[in-house]
Design a protein around this ligand. Structure first.
Ligand code: F6P
Length: 544
């Protein structure tokens, strides 16, 4: 079937939505004391509660039938076995192989088992990280390395940044910094406090052709030279991660410091590869291996659990229910954890770059919405920003609440307060507040005033949320969490019948900037639309 919207399973869901349009979660909870029991799953240190959704057991059955119709399990198996499911780039999609143990059954790409190469590169990268942590790899002047600057963008930045921040309590002794933006404020601020003698730079680019990354890499090299060190010293102070090893070496990076990526790992799925080097440097090899084990545990769950009990699949199906059948306007992601504050940004790339597609695998135009609009902010800050719209706005926006149950910091009641807020928000979003309840709260006011104010204090409720609780934010649980979202995104793409693993739209953007930059360098007649010509003219006025 070329278009999933033509299937009976899709049409059954459309009919079901019409029949259940007035479903009220509040009433579902009142009617069924077992609702939480039947609608949550646990896996190792993770609890996934999806009971606060506008769904019934029948909805879930129909959604599972949709997944079956789309051949989700067969597609997942094809990915796991190394099938070239990224058809527009003729590549296998094997980030799951990066977290397989060394003695796992062979995974073949073009007839070759990839596991030995995965562990060879992993061991090399971990050994390099350890040599920085324990001071064996010193700078050219013999000083201990204190700072590691990771230069990359998109998938070569977001995953590592998320993990380095998330695992702050596990940090060792090397400070890890990130430069991603071509805006020079980024690199200027990172470099300002650093000493070249005690700094190692790492250029991370799968293609080694991304202009932002190369621009920053050249700026870092110039800064290094200007600091008085010699060209030959670059060998001890620069590393690279790329699938184009030759290009990295041509940049002047010592072969021993070049770590290979595999072409069957997409950038936004690459934190498990050598791209995770900043994570390795931050937390060391033991913790990084636990991070991989957590992801592998989620892989095992995803590949081996029936659809109805499968956490990433349930997340995907509930997302499809709202996005395709209930008219949702977006998907909020709210980690109640300062250390997980990069999660929304990370998921924006993972989800929107993977599933922001309008053609099916067969080249047809899709007939339904695909990737959703992902946004978010750390809790509780988000409560003082966009939550008003969730509570009383007119739009349907399901939210994922990600909440660690324990804190390593233990300062006052901070953590308990934060968790209480997360739980309270999910309850309030679900229950809302009726006009009657609002009136009762205002009982002390004179009647006229009460009648005027009560409608303002009414909350429709019935706003869906998933609660994803983890016992604590440690490497294993972080690995599970990220892998859970990777598989959610995969499952949605598989059901829509799109390729979640290419990104031609972004490639186009890279070409466009190339044309305009020379026009900013020198005043000339530009041949764009009048708006773009006007913008270029203003730039020249500001930079005479
Ligand atoms: O943003 C587009 C993109 O191609 C991403 O998919 C990728 O993660 C990023 O650029 C960086 O690419 P590279 O690792 O090749 O520098």
């Amino acid at each position: 079937m070329n278009n999933i919207t033509q299937s009976a399973a899709w049409q059954n869901l459309q009919a079901h939505q019409i029949n259940t349009a007035n479903i009220r979660m509040r009433e579902l909870f009142e009617a069924d004391p077992q609702r939480f029991d039947n609608m949550h799953e646990t896996l190792h240190g993770l609890l996934f509660d999806y009971s606060k959704n506008r769904i019934s057991e029948e909805t879930l059955q129909l959604l599972c039938e949709l997944a079956e119709t789309a051949g989700l399990e067969q597609q997942a198996e094809a990915m796991r076995r190394g099938g070239k499911i990224n058809i527009s780039e003729k590549r296998a999609v094997l980030h799951t192989a990066l977290r397989l143990p060394a003695d796992a059954a062979p995974v073949l790409v073009d007839g070759e088992n990839v596991i030995p190469a995965v562990h060879r590169e992993l061991d090399r990268a971990l050994a390099f990280a350890e040599s920085l942590i324990n001071g064996v790899h010193t700078g050219a002047t013999g000083k201990r390395i204190t700072d590691f600057v990771h230069i990359g963008i998109g998938g070569s930045d977001l995953g590592p940044q998320l993990a380095v921040q998330a695992l702050q309590p596990f940090h060792k002794n090397v400070h890890v910094h990130f430069v991603s933006n071509s805006d020079d404020a980024n690199i200027a601020q990172v470099l300002a406090p650093l000493n070249a003698e005690t700094t190692v730079f790492c250029v991370a680019s799968k293609s080694f052709g991304t202009p932002e990354t190369l621009l920053n890499a050249h700026a870092a090299r110039a800064w290094f030279r200007d600091s008085g060190l010699r060209e030959a010293d670059i060998a001890r102070h620069f590393a690279a991660i790329s699938s184009d090893v030759a290009a990295a070496r041509n940049f002047g990076i010592a072969p021993d410091n070049v770590f290979a990526m595999f072409d069957w790992v997409g950038g936004r799925y690459s934190v498990w590869s050598a791209i995770g080097l900043p994570v390795m440097v931050a937390v060391g090899s033991t913790h990084f291996r636990k991070f991989l084990s957590g992801a592998h545990a989620m892989d095992e769950h995803f590949f081996n659990t029936p659809l109805r009990r499968n956490i990433p699949v349930l997340l995907a199906l509930i997302g499809i229910w709202y996005g395709n059948f209930c008219g949702a306007h977006g998907q909020a992601v709210v980690p109640y954890s300062h250390n997980l504050r990069r999660l929304p940004g990370y998921l924006q790339q993972l989800d929107m770059e993977s599933n922001g597609k309008r053609r099916t695998l067969h080249g047809d135009t899709v007939e339904c919405h695909t990737g959703g609009i992902v946004f978010g902010e750390e809790g509780v800050n988000c409560q003082h920003a966009f939550f008003q719209l969730l509570h009383q706005g007119t739009r349907l926006i399901p939210a994922d609440f990600i909440v660690p149950m324990r804190t390593p910091y233990k300062i006052g009641r901070q953590h308990r307060f934060t968790v209480a807020n997360a739980f309270a928000q999910t309850e309030a979003l679900m229950r809302g507040k009726t006009l009657e309840e609002a009136r009762a709260e205002l009982a002390a006011l004179p009647e006229a005033e009460r009648e005027e104010l009560a409608p303002q204090k009414e909350f429709p409720g019935n706003q869906p949320s998933n609660s994803i609780l983890i016992e604590e934010l440690n490497p294993f649980n972080l690995g599970m969490l990220i892998a859970m979202y990777e598989h959610k995104v995969f499952a949605q793409g598989a059901i829509w019948g799109i390729n979640s693993f290419d990104q031609w739209g972004v490639e186009y953007g890279k070409v466009l900037a190339k044309n305009i930059e020379p026009e900013l360098a020198h005043t000339q007649n530009t041949q764009h639309d009048t708006s773009t010509n006007g913008l270029i003219a203003f730039y020249h006025k500001c930079n005479p």
